[in-house]
Design a protein around this ligand. Structure first.
Ligand code: DHB
Ligand code: FE
Length: 292
């Protein structure tokens, strides 16, 4: 049986990828940010999963206003890092896991979540920056990401976007799906994007440390209350792009203490927690939880 053993949460600021690709991680501006991921890179080496189920959002890269799936699962054998305007990032291509991804699609759709199945898709900074933060700099000519990755794209870019509650319920369905896969696989689930940021309009540059940290407390310790956070609170308190945080609730809902929408089991172990401002226009949040 496959099993989800841990969840990872992290922001995905594209400038972080550029800082890594251009050798700027030890500059004064970036040093404190990358210091917060030192533990995480070692943890990844010590706890290497067989598969990462990576919840992220596409930023009008693979999708556009022509086609906007709310929840899309990548079932392909591989995914190419996208050209977002400055050429593709110099990172390894992403190897998928078509068997597990197809199984999850079958199971989750039969649990009444209508996923879009994607057999060809380039992946943007929403997916590659979290991988770089957790795995460090890799040479695409000779290195590979440590394991296969199943990309799971959520629409948080074009309204209407899914609620935190829906995302939290979806996480529970994904865990059931993983646990019914007939092969012993150690699976990690990642929730990415956030924290507070607004890239546009009169409030561009908005950061809300207090709200971010309170939300992080809730996400870890009282995920049911966190999942009930209304959509308008994200926008008001964390800015228009702060809504990316609902994706973290998919990963949190997949942890083993949550059953039928309630917390019943022992709380996950918080292996690491980090918060840092500034990184470009975004507050960076990060956590690693292991099932108890
Ligand atoms: C920034 C953050 C994002 O989440 C994004 O998708 C693009 C830019 C930023 O802070 O610059
Ligand atoms: Fe983003």
């Amino acid at each position: 049986m496959a099993k989800i053993t841990a969840s990872v949460f992290t922001s995905h600021v594209p400038a972080i990828g550029a800082a890594m690709d251009l050798g700027k991680t030890q500059e004064d501006y970036w040093k404190p940010l990358f210091k917060g991921y030192e533990y995480s890179k070692q943890w990844m080496k010590d706890n290497k999963p067989d598969v990462i189920f990576l919840v992220y959002n596409d930023h009008a890269t693979a999708f556009s206003l022509e086609m906007i799936p709310t929840f899309a699962i990548g079932t392909a054998a591989e995914f190419t890092p996208a050209d977002e305007g400055w050429g593709p990032r110099p990172v390894p291509k992403v190897i998928g896991h078509p068997e597990l991804a197809s199984h999850i699609a079958q199971s989750v759709i039969q649990q009444d979540f209508d996923l879009t199945i994607v057999n060809k898709m380039d992946v943007d900074h929403g997916l590659t920056v979290p991988l770089s933060l957790m795995c460090g700099e890799l040479d695409p000519k000779k290195d590979a990401w440590p394991c296969p990755v199943i990309p799971f794209a959520v629409n948080v870019v074009q309204y209407p976007v899914p609620s935190g509650k829906r995302c939290f319920a979806l996480g529970q369905a994904i865990r059931k799906a993983v646990e019914s896969f007939d092969e012993d696989l150690n699976v990690h689930i990642w929730g990415t994007g956030g924290m507070s940021h607004q890239l546009q309009g009169a409030r561009a540059g908005l950061i809300n440390r207090e709200w971010d940290n309170h939300w992080l407390d809730l996400m870890i310790n009282d995920p049911v209350a966190c999942a009930n956070t209304p959509h308008i609170d994200y926008v008001r308190e964390a800015g228009s792009e702060g809504i990316e945080l609902v994706m973290w609730l998919i990963a949190r809902g997949a942890m083993s203490d949550v059953v039928d929408g309630k917390v019943v089991g022992p709380a996950p172990v918080v292996k690491h927690r980090f918060y840092h401002v500034p990184a470009s226009n975004t507050a960076v949040g990060h956590a690693i939880l292991e099932n108890a």
